[in-house]
Write a protein that binds this ligand. Sequence first.
Ligand code: GAR
Length: 210
Amino acid sequence: KAGLVVLISGRGSNLQSILDACADGSLAAEVRAVISNRPGVYGLERARAAGVPALELDHRDFADRASFEAALAERIDRYAPDLVILAGFMRILETGFCQHYRGRMLNIHPSLLPKFRGTHTHERAIAAGETEHGASIHFVTPELDGGPVFAQAVVPVLAGDDADTLAARVLEQEHRLYPQAIDWCARGRVRLDGDGVLFDGEPLQQPRRL
Ligand code: GAR
């Protein structure tokens, strides 16, 4: 089974969907550890409830990004994961860290990338008059939310939506999307190849829509 280390900053609902999918066998992986840069968040309790080591590494305890990231990499590498999974991890990661995990670190982002990189994606999608919105899974590269995307889930933007109603509609899809996308990587079906993605050995032209 592929080993995962999951990085979180908050409530961990995506973490929960990954833990559940590992438990029911639909995701061919095991979560070896969960690390949060914010102490005391609910996602850590979810990890403990699943019998998974739950580590706190408060970025505020470090003088700069580089020393935080060195400590983070040291903790991650203790568990020798095949994949590092960012699941609501809200710290920017610098180039060296991204290079170290290149091809084995995934992120979920709540927009249809390349639209709406960064934060407040739901507000911005509504303000832009989008009729479709969603979530994307991408390999992490040094460019923020800019790595190759290989899977997306799409939802409609409905009349009367606000950021909360739209976020909830997207989140429901995130919980379906991320375990499936991780499973593809865990089984070696999806691989980073240069700046592109191979799906079953063939260059992927468009993200798979799930
Ligand atoms: C999710 O919506 C995820 O897509 C988003 O944070 C939320 C975390 O929820 N991630 C980002 O915005 C990354 N920049 P969760 O803690 O319940 O999984």
